[in-house]
Write a protein that binds this ligand. Sequence first.
Ligand code: IYR
Length: 222
Amino acid sequence: MTNPDFISLTSYIEYPVEEMNDRAAMFAQEMQRRRTIRTFSERSVPREIIEQCLIAAGTAPSGANRQPWHFVVVEDSQIKREIRLAAEEEEREFYTNRAPQDWLDALAPLGTDDQKPFLETAPYLIAIFAEKHGVLPDGSTSKNYYVQESVGIATGFLIAALHHAGLASLTHTPSPMNFLNDILKRPQHERPFLLLVVGYPAENTTVPNITRKSLQEIATFR
Ligand code: IYR
């Protein structure tokens, strides 16, 4: 067994309880403002902002610290077009044949369909890949643990970071999305997890008139 290497925790900050209360409430309020949008402006966004948000995403905890995620940031309009065409093909199949009626009923309040123009209008598409296993420098493979959970948490951090920075996003999950491996030239041991559409809302963007569950509905204290 190798000796674990520990260093002193210097980054932790304890706030007085009152300040903690304020911070918790402020953050909850800030997150309450977040809405998923489906109409994006073509306005460009400096790449540095996306880079910082990705650094924040990369701080997510992960199984055995394997950090089994890879983010492909797409800015190129030709690649966006390819992604849109492939995604719309899958979505056409989904909406006309694959989706059972109960799923279509559940989606009705969101007003979604097989048209995905935002895949071309938004300045960034961030394709998030989950690494089913790692690859060591000698080419051999290493096991990853809790991959779905880890990548899900990192994606949550990313969505929160983008919102915090003042950008809007859409979690888009064309299914299946193996076409992302081909278009983005990612190896087969990386599984497309989610496609995040990022940018400014288009002018006069509307969102579904839906609500969030209350604290009482989502939490139990005992
Ligand atoms: N992937 C399809 C369908 C879809 C599924 C769920 I669950 C949503 O919350 C929204 C859409 C699409 O993107 O249209």
